[in-house]
Design a protein around this ligand. Structure first.
Ligand code: AMP
Length: 462
């Protein structure tokens, strides 16, 4: 018999238990077991957890319960001030968090909405002005609303920073500090910070934000990813497309998520695969919000075989039962490998991750293996079908002389900050040029290690 407590035993009220039951959840996940009770008690929480662990319900359920007494049907906006503010680094994650809030909160009578950049702010104004208790936002667009006076943060009781490490990587920290300065005093609000990794910069931010937090941590993805079978094919860059096609068609796979490093690379590969007869879509930062959602919907409905994505665009995507993740290009940042393969093998499902590594990406592979503390199994493409005969004059050209992308320097030997310049960015992300180490989580430490260091001093407050 399992020792895991039930949702009811975690102290959740019937309105929430009913919604959780309807969502089909039978048992709380480890992060939910750890996070729900302290959040219900009103404690600040610092959580080491990634998307895919059930983290969202871990904070959404107790937040909804704490706000329940404020639910009312008054048409007056004044009766619906923002009481919970959740900041996320990407619009996709923001949308998903708010969807979760609505799913879990459907019997609470609380109002929620989401605001993010890349769409006309005018569409968002009537909803936020009408009043919502729960606001999910990306930082840049939230500041726009504050400027337009459509959002007032003076009554926020609970503040959540989700995926804080990504916020840092994407240059959002100055925006977050500006937002924090507009919240009620730290002592008067409850603060929750979630991050997959904890660098010194995240710790500094946590010190400013959190008041004697409860530290919780669930297995990091690089240990939890044991449900994902991982292998790497060592191939020439110009063989990759044929190998990908072979893998997908020989196994008749649908919903394969395929990662590349740049948005241009994503569009190009999607176009090429489509030309070769594979139902393909792409999701990246240059696409309009509507196009991204359309691509995601088609992918979720399994009406496409392959979705080509960049790391930023795929961040936080919640897609269930994904059979295969392909690293068509090895990521520049080794932690992104962990995030990528986290899209498969979720919630205990079996998953598979295949990496296609060209000779000039070996260094990137070595960095990943260093992070994983083990070597990836090397698969051989002996079943690889010969590259298809070129169909168009453009492809004929590519058959004679490899396209620029195949020959291009992968950047493995360049400083990381240079490599970052090419990576897809969230369109509503501030244009901050980072001159320090671009991926803070190089120095990441588990929460347990932090606990020892932090207990010695009282965190500063904002
Ligand atoms: P998250 O980490 O919040 O993105 O959640 C990942 C996925 O797990 C989502 O599809 C949730 O709907 C699902 N999920 C969250 N909690 C549970 C649970 N207790 N049981 C089963 N699935 C869950």
């Amino acid at each position: 018999m399992s020792n895991t407590p039930s949702f009811a035993e975690l102290g959740l009220r019937p309105e929430l238990l009913r919604a959780v039951d309807e969502a089909g959840y039978t048992t709380p996940t480890p992060i939910q077991v750890q996070a729900i009770p302290p959040i219900l008690e009103g404690r600040d929480v610092m959580g080491g957890a990634q998307t895919g662990t059930g983290k969202t319900a871990g904070f959404a359920l107790p937040i909804l319960q704490k706000l329940l007494p404020n639910a009312n049907t008054s048409p007056s906006p004044a009766r619906h001030p923002v009481r919970a503010l959740i900041l996320t680094p990407t619009r996709e994650l923001a949308i998903q968090v708010e969807e979760s809030m609505r799913t879990y909160g459907k019997y609470t009578g609380l109002r929620s909405t989401v605001v993010f950049g890349g769409v006309d702010i005018k569409q968002q104004l009537p909803i936020v002005r009408g009043g919502v208790e729960i606001l999910v936002a990306t930082p840049g667009r939230l500041l726009d609303h504050i400027e337009q006076k459509s959002v007032y943060l003076g009554q926020v009781e609970i503040f959540v920073l989700d995926e804080a490490d990504r916020m840092l990587d994407m240059g959002f920290i100055p925006d977050i500090k500006r937002i924090m300065a507009l919240l009620p005093l730290a002592a008067k609000r409850q603060n929750l910070l979630f991050s997959a990794t904890f660098s010194n910069e995240i710790k500094k931010l946590a010190d400013q934000l959190l008041n004697a937090p409860q530290l919780i941590e669930v297995a990091r993805r690089n240990t939890a990813a044991e449900t994902v079978s991982q292998c790497v094919y060592k191939v020439q860059a110009d063989q990759k497309r044929a190998l990908l096609k072979h893998i997908v068609t020989s196994r008749n796979l649908w919903q394969v998520l395929c990662f590349v490093r740049t948005k241009h690379g994503a569009s190009r590969l999607a176009r090429q695969l489509e030309k070769e007869g594979l139902k393909t879509t792409a999701i990246h930062g240059d696409k309009s919000q509507a196009a991204r959602l359309e691509a995601l919907d088609a992918f979720k409905a399994a009406s496409v075989q392959i979705m080509v994505a960049t790391d930023v665009a795929a961040r936080g995507l919640d897609i269930d039962d994904l059979p295969l993740v392909v690293n068509y290009e090895m990521p520049y940042v080794p932690e992104d490998y962990i995030h990528r393969i986290g899209r498969t093998g979720r919630a205990g499902q079996e998953g598979e991750a295949i990496s296609l590594c060209a000779p000039d990406e070996e260094k990137l592979l070595a960095e990943i293996e260093g992070l994983l503390k083990r070597s990836l199994r090397v698969a051989t493409p002996e079943t690889l079908a010969p590259a298809p005969a070129p169909r168009s004059s453009r492809d004929a050209h590519s058959a004679r002389s490899p396209r620029r992308d195949a020959r291009r320097d992968t950047g493995a030997g360049r400083p990381r900050e240079d490599r970052h310049a090419e990576i897809d960015r969230n369109p509503d992300q501030p244009r901050v040029v980072r001159t320090d180490a671009p991926h803070s989580s190089r120095k990441a430490q588990p929460v347990a290690a932090l606990l020892m260091k932090r207990s010695a001093r009282e965190p500063a407050k904002v």
